[in-house]
Design a protein around this ligand. Sequence first.
Ligand code: NAP
Length: 287
Amino acid sequence: MIDGKTRTCGLIGNPVEHTMSPIIHNTLAGTCGHNLVYVPFPVENGSLEDAIKGAYALNILGLNVTVPYKSEVIRSLIEVDGLAAKIGAVNTLVRTEGGFKGYNTDMSGLHRAMISEGIRIEGEEIVLLGAGGAARAVAYLCGEQKAKKVYLLNRTLDKAERIAKEVNGAFAKDVIVPMLLADYPKLPCGKYLAIQGTSVGLFPHDEEAIIEDAAFYQKIHTGFDLIYKPFTTKFMKLVTQAGGKAYNGLKMLLYQGIDAYELWNQVEISEEEAAHVYHALKTAMGL
Ligand code: NAP
């Protein structure tokens, strides 16, 4: 029950109406017995700085940040966690003495999701599809987690080249190899972990996949699609048809939320509690 001691967390972005984050955090507050509510806060363009100052003045415990503010928010923070600073994108703000500190739990959440599915990055040869905001964070994760090689394929080559330069510079290693998406047949022979980070195949375009050619999927032992709506994407279907294992991005969403919740409340969420929230997310999706 909301009372005089209820703490508030929330999501800032524009738009925020589609978010599933309230399900994650309000379910966790219920299972953990925390007196906390999580609400979406739409923030108009030009009002971000005021929103952060206002949130701090209102004793808000923590915030998630979504599109289009993940980079812009940094200048309103008192401190930024090491890897989030490297990436230049923050999705979680934690209240500290004098201001908010920024973290990137998109990336730690993806890593935790992969660990929970038994997928490793270290020593792996990876095909990363896309060079937008999400793929950029994945490229950093691959660098940090010591992937052997990451072929970064994008429709617009210069975006892939820019990310490769940044990540290779950040980790002082030529781990990311930028390529044009259409050049996928030139991938060296081998078996890859493929991470699908484009928006192709996202609901309502369920029948689209970033690469349709079955020959590509013969090279993939595991496919991880960051998309979770639809629950089984065309990319995932093509991976499994070729004999690989396929996963969607719902656990990434789950664990980015859990990581944020843990930071705000200084708690550790058990795998049982995580499973309970995952079930709540699936129910909300009508699954
Ligand atoms: P973004 O910054 O807009 O990037 C979009 C990417 O998709 C770019 O690489 C773009 O290529 C590519 N793309 C779009 N349409 C294409 C087409 N017709 N053909 C080829 N490439 C195309 O988006 P984002 O924020 O990175 O998000 C990407 C996906 O990740 C979205 O589907 C989002 O739902 C998902 N995501 C999931 C989670 C999660 O928690 N599971 C979190 C974040 C994002 P160009 O550079 O050539 O335009």
